[in-house]
Design a binder for this molecule. Structure first.
Ligand code: SF4
Ligand code: SF4
Length: 182
């Protein structure tokens, strides 16, 4: 399987349809701090250079705003492509920014449990994972005082369906690791 095929399988995005117009990178709010713009990441994927792409900072900087998707004439959703690369980096123990990865895991953990984000729980899990217990405490207290943080999670009606999707994802990763996708 080529790298482009693997990205397609993981993200549903056909990166081979990219013809390097750079409209995505022109609109991406994080191009200016990235070593590779999104169009560059996609070109590197097309070339099959997995090591280069796993080291790209944009993978961990991407905010998921999807401006790239709105601008792409071929409908490529860059955030999904970068999420697929994140998953590959984690599987290969090649995480370039552990704090962003911890935040990502904490967010997904809340969505898996409650069907939506629960900020207070997410912050607690992030701090446990990163050991940054005192960082941002004043801001957290201010947000609590202004009731910007809920003390208890609210449960989304479709949370069981979401939990099932997470379980399917785990099974999929196990099948991949077992070589069923050769
Ligand atoms: S989703 Fe990510 S890659 Fe796409 S424009 Fe937003 S920050 Fe950039
Ligand atoms: S906007 Fe789409 S086609 Fe253009 S470079 Fe970006 S991903 Fe490729």
């Amino acid at each position: 399987m080529t790298l482009a095929e693997e990205i397609r399988e993981r993200s549903g995005q056909d990166i081979n349809s990219c013809y390097q117009c750079h409209k995505c990178s022109g609109g991406c709010p994080l191009t200016f701090v990235s070593d590779l713009p999104l169009s560059g990441v996609i070109r590197v994927l097309q070339l099959g250079l997995q090591d280069v792409v796993l080291a790209s900072r944009l993978v961990w900087l991407c905010s998921g705003c999807r401006t790239c998707y709105e601008r792409c004439p071929n409908g490529i959703d860059g955030a999904r492509v970068l999420d697929a690369i994140k998953a590959m980096a984690k599987e290969e123990d090649r995480v370039e920014d552990p704090q962003v990865a911890a935040f990502h895991d904490a967010f997904l953990g809340m969505v898996r449990r409650f069907g939506r984000a629960y900020e207070l729980g997410m912050m607690a899990e992030y701090k446990i994972r990163t050991g940054t217990f005192t960082q941002d405490v004043p801001m957290g207290l201010k947000m609590l005082a202004r009731r910007k943080l809920r003390l208890t999670p609210s449960l989304a009606p479709g949370r069981r369906d979401l939990a099932r999707l997470f379980r399917e994802g785990v099974r999929y990763r196990k099948r991949r690791a077992g070589g069923d996708f050769a």
